[in-house]
Design a protein around this ligand. Structure first.
Ligand code: FES
Ligand SMILES: [Fe+2]
Length: 428
C-alpha cells in the first residue's frame, strides 16, 4: 500500500524527485572528506600523446623504469619510523599484508586492539601468515598451512595443534617494533639493529578530538625517498614550480601547465626557511613557510597561511597550519619506502577549519604535490648538484639527512638488486 502511494507520487513529480536526488548526491560528494588516491602511473609519468592504454601503457611503464637514469644514489632505506597503515583500516582481529622496505610483512590488530608486526613467513614450512592466517587467543597468529600458533608479541610458537611434544626453540618468527600514534601505525627500522632512538610526538588536538579528520590523500611515487623531504629545503622551487594556482581543468599536470607565466591570474606567493631543530633533537628538521594568494597581482584576503613543518626522521612530517580567520590544523605527511624506488606518500589532515575550505585547501595542496611528483618520477639524483646562492639549504639538508644512513644501509647495486635485505632490530 505504502509502496503503491510512493510509486504514484514519484510518477506524478518526476522532476522534483530527480532534482532532490541530485542535490542530495552533490551535498554527499562535497561534504565527504577528500579521499584522493593516485596509483603509480596516474600522475607524474608520460604515456604519450594520445595516451597509451592497456598493454601498451604497461609496456611504457616498464620502459620508463628501465631507461631512466637514477644517478649515484644514497642507500634506499634510511633509519626511522615509517607509516605502514592508517589506524581505521585495521580492525580488531584483522591480519593484513603490508609492503615496506622491499618486502612483505604481516600487520596484526589483536582482539584487545593492540598492533603488532611480524615477518610474514612461517618458520615451520614457509606459508605466508597474511594470506589466510587468523588472529587467535587475543594477540596470536595461527598459520593457514598446519595451524601452528605464534605470539605476535614475542614471535614464539605457543602451540602446535597436532603435536604434544616440546615446541622447538627455533619455532619463532621475527617481530618488528611498532607503535600506533596520531591514528597511524608506524614501524621502526634501523640498519644496525638499534632500537627506536626517538619517539613520534603525540598531537593532543588529534587524540582529544579538538581537530577532526578532514581528509586524506595517497600517492605512489617512483623515486628515491630522499627526494621528497629534500623539497622542504629547496626554497627556490616554491616560487617557480608552485607559483601558479593549479587550474581546475588541468590539475597538476606540468606538461600542460605554463610554469613560465610571470603573472598567473591566481598566484601563490611563498616565503620559507629550513633548519635543524637542535643538537638534542637532531632527527628533526623544521621548515617555516608562509603563503598567500594573489588575483591579478593583488593579495586575496583570507588566503594567508603560516606553516611549521617538522620533519621527523626520513619518513614523517608534522605540518601545523594556521589559517588565521579560518582556523588551525595539522597534516601528517608520511613517506614509506615500499620498494627501493617506490614511495607511498600519505597526507592526513585534522583541523577545526570549515569543511568547504579544508576540502579546497587539501585538493589544491594535493595538486601542488603532484607537480613535484612529475619532477621526482623522472629526475636523476645528482650527488653534486650545481647550486647557486638563493637555492636554499639543500646541501645542509643532505648533511642532516645522512645521519639516517649507516654502512649497513641497503644500497641498489648495478644489476638493480639490493646490497642486503632490511631486517628487524630484533633479528640481530
Ligand atoms: S607452514 Fe605454518 S604451520 Fe606449517
Ligand atoms: Fe614542491
Amino acid at each position: 500500500m505504502l509502496l503503491q502511494l510512493l510509486y504514484e507520487y514519484v510518477c506524478a513529480h518526476p522532476l522534483l524527485i530527480s532534482s532532490t536526488l541530485l542535490i542530495l548526491y552533490i551535498a554527499h560528494i562535497t561534504l565527504k572528506p577528500l579521499n584522493r588516491i593516485r596509483r603509480l602511473g596516474d600522475v607524474g609519468l608520460f604515456f604519450g600523446k594520445p595516451e597509451l592504454s592497456g598493454i601498451y601503457r604497461e609496456r611504457q611503464l616498464e620502459r620508463l623504469k628501465l631507461l631512466r637514469r637514477m644517478g649515484e644514489m644514497p642507500p634506499v632505506f634510511p633509519n626511522g619510523w615509517y607509516c605502514v597503515c592508517e589506524s581505521e583500516k585495521l580492525e580488531k582481529n584483522q591480519i593484513m599484508e603490508i609492503t615496506v622496505l622491499g618486502q612483505f610483512l604481516t600487520l596484526i590488530r589483536s582482539e584487545s586492539g593492540s598492533v603488532y608486526i611480524t615477518d610474514s613467513y612461517c618458520p615451520h614450512l614457509g606459508a605466508n601468515f597474511s594470506i589466510g592466517g587468523q588472529v587467535v587467543n587475543d594477540n596470536c597468529i595461527q598459520c593457514p598451512f598446519h595451524g601452528w600458533i605464534f605470539s605476535a608479541e614475542t614471535g614464539k610458537c605457543v602451540e602446535v595443534p597436532y603435536d604434544e611434544g616440546r615446541i622447538p626453540e627455533q619455532a619463532k618468527v621475527t617481530t618488528w617494533p611498532c607503535v600506533e600514534r596520531n591514528q597511524n601505525i608506524y614501524l621502526w627500522y634501523h640498519s644496525d639493529g638499534a632500537e627506536p632512538e626517538w619517539e613520534i610526538p603525540e598531537i593532543p588536538e588529534v587524540t582529544d578530538g579538538t581537530w577532526k579528520f578532514s581528509g586524506r590523500t595517497e600517492h605512489e611515487v617512483m623515486c628515491h625517498i630522499q627526494e621528497i623531504p629534500e623539497n622542504g629545503a629547496d626554497i627556490a622551487h616554491l616560487n617557480y614550480l608552485h607559483k601558479s594556482a593549479p587550474p581546475i581543468t588541468k590539475g597538476s599536470n606540468i606538461i600542460n601547465t605554463d610554469l613560465t607565466d610571470p603573472q598567473p591570474v591566481v598566484q601563490h606567493v611563498w616565503d620559507g626557511k629550513w633548519e635543524v631543530r637542535s643538537e638534542e633533537e637532531k632527527h628533526c628538521g623544521v621548515m617555516h613557510l608562509s603563503q598567500y594568494m594573489t588575483l591579478w597581482g593583488s593579495k586575496l584576503p583570507l588566503t594567508e597561511s603560516k606553516l611549521i613543518a617538522e620533519q621527523l626522521g626520513p619518513g614523517i612530517v608534522h605540518m601545523t597550519f594556521d589559517f588565521g580567520f579560518w582556523g588551525k590544523g595539522i597534516v601528517f605527511q608520511t613517506v614509506t619506502p615500499e620498494e627501493p624506488l617506490l614511495q607511498r606518500v600519505r597526507f592526513r589532515m585534522y583541523s577545526d577549519i570549515p569543511w568547504f575550505f579544508v576540502k579546497f585547501f587539501l585538493a589544491v595542496e594535493a595538486m601542488q604535490f603532484e607537480r613535484d611528483v612529475y619532477v621526482w618520477s623522472n629526475k636523476k639524483y645528482l650527488k653534486s648538484p650545481l647550486l647557486v646562492r638563493n637555492d636554499g639549504p639543500i646541501q645542509k639538508h643532505r648533511r642532516w639527512f645522512s645521519q639516517f644512513y649507516t654502512e649497513n644501509s641497503p644500497r641498489i647495486l648495478k644489476d638493480g638488486s639490493l646490497s642486503n635485505q632490511a631486517k628487524s632490530v630484533f633479528d640481530w
